[in-house]
Design a protein around this ligand. Sequence first.
Ligand code: EPZ
Length: 423
Amino acid sequence: MGYFEIKGGARLEGVVTISGAKNAGLGVIPAAILAGEMCVIENLPCVSDVYIFGEILSELGAAVNLAKNGVMTIDPSSISKLTATSESVSKFRASYYLLGALLGRYGHVELALPGGCDIGERPIDQHIKGFEALGATVVIDEENCKITADADQLKGCEIYLDVASVGATINIMLAAARAEGKTLIVNAAKEPYIVDVANFINMMGGSVRGAGTDEIRITGRQNLHGCTYAIIPDMMEAGTFMIAAAATGGNVVLNNVIPNHLDAISAKLLESGASVETDDDGREFYVKVSANRRLRGVNIKTQFYPGFPTDLQQPMGAMLSLAKGRSLIIEDIFEQRFKYVEELKRMGAQIKLNNRRAMIEGVDSLKACDLYASDLRAGAALVIAALTADGVSRLHNIHYIDRGYEHFEHKLAALGADVKRFD
Ligand code: EPZ
């Protein structure tokens, strides 16, 4: 398995261009199934999750091509299979979007149950609640680890989500896009990814209103057509680079960002004493992050959007390990998102864990050592810690990082980091 060798000490300086949003792409790619003809999706990040989804759609019979420039063409008209139960599907969490897309387009789907994850149990009860409300029959076969959903005709209805789940909101939008009549999702998730998927469905001739708010109205449309759509920049990649710039005392300009998607992380970096400036060059927005003195500890509580994102909690934990004073992180979204803490403590970080709370006492420095990523964002957190550490660290399990960060080591090296990949 591959690892990164990271020599700490460099301040990140320069300009980085942010790639397309993985979590928006993972909702838009299956949405293409709803069209009766080819769709072109632009600005996809070339990361393993995107490759895997393209392969899964190909296994169903769709004609899929992903070019190096992040443009994926999908022609769903040749889909001949409505069953996706291979191991790659069960390992790939976002495959659950095939439930909404295939149910919405064909009225039938059989899928390997998405695995529980390294960050918590991650149930899909709200997804199933939505499908059943729309009139589908859903059967979970625990023994064979698969889920089947059937519907003669999905009928629009009102669905109240007990949890403002990103996945459930997108999945129900996919199923309702071609249903008969109107569907109202109450207590919907408001993440920008939801807006992107809704915009894509509307570009195909669908009717989704209110995405980005907690009430989304979908009017089913039978005939959806192909379209070309570019997905939004990745706010989690942007946030990761903003945190890395502040943690290394650097000075980094981020291009291809949507500033208001970064409000929560910008506010917390400002509170910690970093400088965050947003401007535009007449063409596109950019954000500039710099820190020329030791940062102060801050408190963080992860929330649904627009609150502080759970996906940046881990990178912040690395940065706050070196901030002056005490920081408290409360992880309110997932129950197991502190596995990276043990790795930071081996580097000398002072962190006390109590269920979903991490109390951090900032230290003056971290020491390099062999590190092991446990999930995508934990991997990013450990890269940030290694960039600040004295000495050379080896970060293993970088396949997690490859799931969601495009050309990560190249972008960091271009900012002056000493990071090398060894496969
Ligand atoms: C999406 O996961 C993202 N993944 C996650 O990003 C992100 O952390 C998460 O949203 C929260 O923002 C993708 O978009 C592919 P949820 P998702 O359903 O949809 C509970 C990354 O690092 N819940 O919003 O699975 C759940 O247990 C990944 O890029 C239910 O109880 O998250 C959790 O506590 C990690 N029942 C909370 O809701 C359900 O049916 C939020 O989960 C569904 C969710």
